[in-house]
Structure formats: structure tokens, C-alpha cells
Design a protein around this ligand. Structure first.
Ligand code: PFF
Length: 458
């Protein structure tokens, strides 16, 4: 059986830092689950509005370069750490380095999803509310969509929807890796693809769609600057779920015989394709109805309803759009919840169900101020000009996530000696990979970190 067999046998052993993970994804189950994690609100809610803000097609090209050149090598690094370590994030770091200090970095990337989930679930809740609102026709009964959105986020209803989002996420995670995460993604990811194609055909056949398509696909490089490059790189990280421990955690459940290189390419291309299709839905729709593509986070909840109201069968297509968004969000929240749950079950020896209940309850409670801070009861509570929601988003996306990514590149590039074997790459691919994670990725990610932290300006 050779080395692989020995490793698998040893996966039943109990080490001094906890038991190795024994659950495994099937091959396709892993790809679906990882694409599910990558594809989310980042692709459909954030990507369109930052593309609108930072120059359309030229920004999209930059995003593709960042995703393929920096994102993929770091993704492969995270998957290899997970499969090599076969533990929660912090345990995997300790196991592979033999140094307890690395546990602290792992611990940080366990806290990060905890925080990010507390506000990501708020936005996931908004999408579900909007799906119901659209299908029931209530959304179109009042054409002041900005006012409607503000009234909604200003009330208590977002807390209820955030609870529902967390409840559904917990429901999947409680069932475990194969019957929960894997099965859920195997059903929902193909569902997402069908919805995407239906909505894309609708958007591209609207009168005046062409202008939106050319905004998205015809690059004007004069619009690019250093800031857009850093935003593109930061978003490539967010979009591939990097720096957050999610891909390390999923990596721990991957079979030894699966090729991680091929998996990373499939995940990266799946994420990219999804962002591309999302662009082909959102830009033609906004341009066809004369709406502003660069208007920021309100694009999806404020601008698009006006477009749905004006298009034939808008109730159906609008409703499907928000269902699509909600599905995409849930396949990501599932991966985020698994990170702390994997840690708690391993470190405290709690059962999966008990861990899920406690961790979910804690995240929900932490998210309540976020849910109420975008216009609701605690929106007056600002710290340095930012609400709870803004702070959670800012600190996680701009500081913790690049920091986590930086640590991963340092770990694989300079600390862990077994990366070559675990990656399964051929010698020349391995050289290229190592070059990227050693020299290119850390420098660029460090720049993103400095820029996000406000240390450097452009
Ligand atoms: N990749 C997700 C998105 O684009 O919406 C967000 C995300 C999920 C980030 C899971 C990090 C993570 F661990």
C-alpha cells in the first residue's frame, strides 16, 4: 500500500494534540462543497458593485489575474495544510510545524470565521427576506426601493432572518461532513447553475443589455490604479474563501488519493465562472434600465428591484434572483460554521450536535448588534464613524483575512517541509507553486494588509 496506505492507517491514531479527522468527502462532494464555499455573496453582491466602482472590464481582468496567479497557489496551500494536518486549523498548523506557537495563528483563523459569519449571516438573511418579498409581490407595491430597504434594515426583522439563516446553516452542519455539507452542496450547486443560466438569458435578452455587456467586458485600462489592484487581490482572497481557515478545514476531509492541484483549478474556475455569469446578469440589467452600476452595496437590494419591476415576468425572475443569492450565501455560511465547530469538537471533546448548538448560538448573539446597526436600533452606536456591521466587515475582510493568507504563505513557503509531497505536484509545477507562495503572494498580500490597515495610501 506504500506511504499513502500507512498514512491512512495512522489516521486512526490519537496524537497528543487530539484525534485526526476521520470523516471524508467523496471526490465530487469535495469539489461541490469547496465551490459552494467560494461562491457566495462575494460573487453576486460584492463583486458587481466593486467592479462598477473600480472600472468595469479592466477591473474584472485584474481580478482574473489575481485569482489565478495568487489566489490559486494560496488555495492549494490551504488545502494541503488541511489534508496534511488532518485537524482543525490550529491543530493542523501545530502538527505540521511541530511548533505550538503556530497554534495561535490557527486560533486566529478560527475566530475570523466566527466574526465574519456574524455579519455575513445578516446579509444572507436580507436575501431570504427579499426572495419572499419579491415572490409575494409586496416588493413592487411601493416603488421607493431605497426607502423600503432602509425601513427593512431599520427594523427588527433582520434579526429574525439572521436567525433563520443561522438555523439553516446549523441544520446542515449538525448532520456532519458527508450527509450534511456534501449532500447539501451536491443539491444546491447544480440548482445554482440552473438559476444562473435562466437569469442570464433573461438579462441578455433585455432591450439595451448590450451597453451593460460592453461595460463588463470591454476593458479601459486607464481606469486602473494601484488601489483597484489591491481591491482586486483582496476580493480574490475573499471570493476563494482564503485566509479564513475554511479551505484548511475542508482540506482535512479530503481523500489522500484526490489531486489537490486539479481540485484547486476546478474550484478557482468554478468561482470565476460564477462571477462572470453574475456580471452578465447584473450589468445588462442595470444598464438596460438606466441604473447606476457603481452605487455600492445597495445595487442588489435597491437598484435591481426597480429593474425587476419593469421587466416582463419580473416577479418570477426577481424572486429567483434572490433565491439564487440566498442559496449561494448558505453554501458559504456552511463552510464558515464548520471551521469553529471542527475546532470545538476536537479541542473540547464535545459532540458535533452540542458544539453546533453552542457555536451557532454564540455567533447569532454576536450578529444581533450587526443586524441592528445598519439602520436599526443600534445604528446610532458608531465607533470612529463605523457601525458594528462596518467594523466586523472591515476588520475581517481587510485585516484578518489578508493576515491569515500571509501566514499561510509563510507557513508553506518557509516552515513546513512536507508541502511538496502533500501537494502531489510534479517537480516543475511544484517549483512554480513554491516560487509564488514564497516570493510573490506574501509581498502582494502584505501590501493589501498595509493598504487596508491605512498604513499606505494612494
Ligand atoms: N467566498 C465567499 C463569498 O465570496 O461570498 C465568502 C467567504 C466564505 C469567505 C467562507 C471566507 C470563507 F471562509
Amino acid at each position: 500500500m506504500g506511504k499513502q496506505g500507512q498514512y491512512e492507517d495512522s489516521s486512526n491514531s490519537v496524537t497528543e494534540i487530539g484525534e485526526e479527522k476521520k470523516e471524508r468527502f467523496s471526490r465530487s462532494g469535495f469539489i461541490f462543497a469547496a465551490i459552494g464555499s467560494a461562491v457566495g455573496l462575494g460573487n453576486m453582491w460584492k463583486f458587481p458593485y466593486i467592479t462598477g466602482m473600480y472600472g468595469g472590464a479592466a477591473f474584472f481582468l485584474l481580478f482574473i489575474v489575481c485569482l489565478l496567479a495568487i489566489g490559486l497557489p494560496v488555495l492549494l496551500a490551504e488545502l494541503a495544510i488541511g489534508r496534511g494536518g488532518r485537524g482543525s486549523v490550529s491543530t493542523s498548523f501545530i502538527r505540521l510545524s511541530g511548533a505550538k506557537g503556530w497554534g495561535a495563528v490557527g486560533f486566529l483563523s478560527i475566530l475570523a470565521p466566527f466574526f465574519i459569519l456574524s455579519f455575513y449571516s445578516v446579509v444572507a438573511g436580507w436575501t431570504m427576506h427579499y426572495a419572499v418579498l419579491t415572490f409575494s409581490g409586496r416588493l413592487f407595491s411601493n416603488t421607493d426601493y431605497g426607502g423600503q430597504f432602509n425601513a427593512f434594515i431599520g427594523g427588527w426583522l433582520p434579526v429574525l432572518w439572521q436567525f433563520i439563516a443561522m438555523f439553516l446553516t446549523a441544520f446542515v452542519i449538525i448532520k456532519g461532513v458527508s450527509s450534511g455539507i456534501e449532500r447539501f452542496n451536491q443539491i444546491f450547486i447544480p440548482g445554482l447553475v440552473i438559476l444562473l443560466i435562466v437569469l442570464m438569458v433573461r438579462a441578455l435578452t433585455l432591450d439595451g443589455a448590450g451597453e451593460g455587456v460592453s461595460f463588463f467586458l470591454k476593458p479601459d485600462f486607464s481606469k486602473l490604479n494601484t488601489e483597484s489592484a489591491l481591491v482586486a487581490l483582496g476580493h480574490a482572497f475573499f471570493s476563494l474563501s482564503l485566509g479564513m481557515g475554511a479551505m484548511i478545514t475542508y482540506g482535512a476531509y479530503v481523500d489522500k488519493r484526490q489531486s489537490l492541484g486539479a481540485a484547486a483549478i476546478a474550484i478557482g474556475l468554478g468561482d470565476l465562472l460564477y462571477a462572470f455569469l453574475a456580471g452578465l446578469i447584473i450589468f445588462p440589467t442595470t444598464f438596460a434600465f438606466g441604473l447606476e452600476a457603481s452605487q455600492g452595496p445597495g445595487l442588489v437590494f435597491v437598484a435591481l428591484p426597480a429593474a425587476f419591476a419593469a421587466m416582463p415576468l419580473g416577479t418570477l425572475f426577481g424572486g429567483l434572483f434572490f433565491v439564487l443569492l440566498a442559496f449561494a450565501a448558505l453554501t458559504s455560511t456552511v463552510s464558515l460554521l464548520e471551521v469553529p465547530v471542527s475546532f470545538v469538537t476536537e479541542q473540547l471533546g464535545w459532540s458535533r450536535s452540542f458544539s453546533v448548538i453552542i457555536v451557532t448560538a454564540a455567533i447569532f448573539l454576536m450578529g444581533v448588534p450587526s443586524a441592528l446597526s445598519v439602520g436599526g436600533a443600534v445604528s446610532g452606536l458608531n465607533f470612529g464613524g463605523k457601525t458594528f456591521f462596518d467594523w466586523f466587515d472591515f476588520v475581517c475582510s481587510n485585516i484578518v483575512l489578508p493576515f491569515g493568507g500571509l501566514m499561510v504563505t509563510i507557513f508553506v513557503g518557509y516552515v513546513w517541509k512536507g508541502a511538496a509531497e502533500e501537494s502531489g505536484l510534479t517537480a516543475s509545477w511544484f517549483k512554480l507553486w513554491l516560487f509564488m507562495v514564497r516570493y510573490i503572494a506574501p509581498v502582494l498580500v502584505f501590501l493589501v494588509l498595509l493598504y487596508s490597515a491605512g498604513v499606505i495610501h494612494f
